[in-house]
Design a protein around this ligand. Structure first.
Ligand code: GLN
Length: 277
């Protein structure tokens, strides 16, 4: 049976690819052989013809723009390893900003917290790892997303409650101290939606009507009812939506409005506190 050096194949294959870097191919091999990087570079394990064929098929999918996270069925987020597939958005580094800010703003004292539209569970599960005393709920409209998030809860030995809900419909008024949401916010007419990467992700998790602001407005208006007095809302939004999101927060009686930048320097997150009379 023919066998091929993994390290040679990384070089050979990456010479003929446009999108896949050597690092991508390395990660695909680590995943295919279930080994870690040390073993790859220490032992240069052999690839059978079958494994090489599988590798080349995965590289072809990558060349068509499929996110690497879907090909290796996983991604690191915060301090967690998350399973992801085509039913959920691939968690982005910019979403870690929201986790960081919530942790900065609230200590370990008991809180009732909702990760609204949880997808893979990235935000809610990261918070649950850091704040064991918090009662954390993760909701989504998609059952398939909830299955992914539940798998991630188990694999990371965490404990949150999953709720099937179209935005805040399943929840009673004045329920949460903190609501966090990374809603769909891309304008459906934005050509990026059809670009490599995004076109493989669930469209319902990406785009929203009214130039990307429709779901953001629903989330802000309904959160104002579901938060307790002085409760906080944290929202991720598009790089050019900060001003509009701030205006919407004011429209629905939020105060103490703050904005935060992502690692690219773009305004990416807004937060506010609800004031009830
Ligand atoms: N942050 C993603 C992007 O711009 C979009 C995620 C979202 O719509 N919530 O690629």
């Amino acid at each position: 049976m023919d066998e091929y050096s993994s390290l040679n194949q990384i070089k050979l294959i990456s010479n003929n690819t446009k999108l896949s870097t050597e690092l991508d191919i390395e990660l695909l091999i680590l995943n295919l052989l279930s080994i870690d990087k040390n073993i790859l570079y220490r032992d240069d394990p052999r690839l059978s013809s079958e494994k090489l064929k599988e590798l080349k098929e995965l590289v072809q999918r990558r060349e068509k723009g499929e996110p690497l996270a879907y090909l290796v069925k996983g991604i690191g987020f915060w301090s967690l390893d998350l399973y992801v597939d085509e039913n959920v958005l691939v968690p982005r580094p910019e979403t870690e900003i929201i986790v960081e800010k919530v942790l900065e703003d609230f200590n370990a004292s008991e809180k009732k917290v909702l990760d609204l539209g949880t997808g893979s569970g990235a935000i809610g599960l990261s918070l649950s790892k850091e704040r064991v005393g918090w009662e954390i709920y993760c909701s989504d409209k998609s059952y398939k997303a909830l299955q992914v998030a539940s798998k991630n809860m188990q694999s990371n030995s965490l404990n949150v409650s999953f709720i099937h809900s179209d935005w805040l419909e399943a929840f009673a008024p004045e329920t949460f101290d903190i609501i966090i949401c990374n809603p769909p916010y891309i304008d459906p007419d934005d050509p990026r939606v059809h670009s490599d990467g995004l076109k493989f992700e669930p469209i319902s998790a990406l785009t929203s009507a009214s130039k990307g602001l429709n779901d953001i407005e629903i989330v802000i208006s309904k959160s104002s009812e579901r938060l307790v007095n002085k409760g906080s809302l944290y929202l991720e939004h598009g790089y050019d939506q900060s001003q509009q999101v701030q205006s919407l927060l004011e429209k629905y009686n939020f105060s103490d409005i703050r904005k935060f930048k992502d690692l690219n320097g773009d305004d990416r997150v807004c937060s506010g506190k609800i004031k009830k009379c």
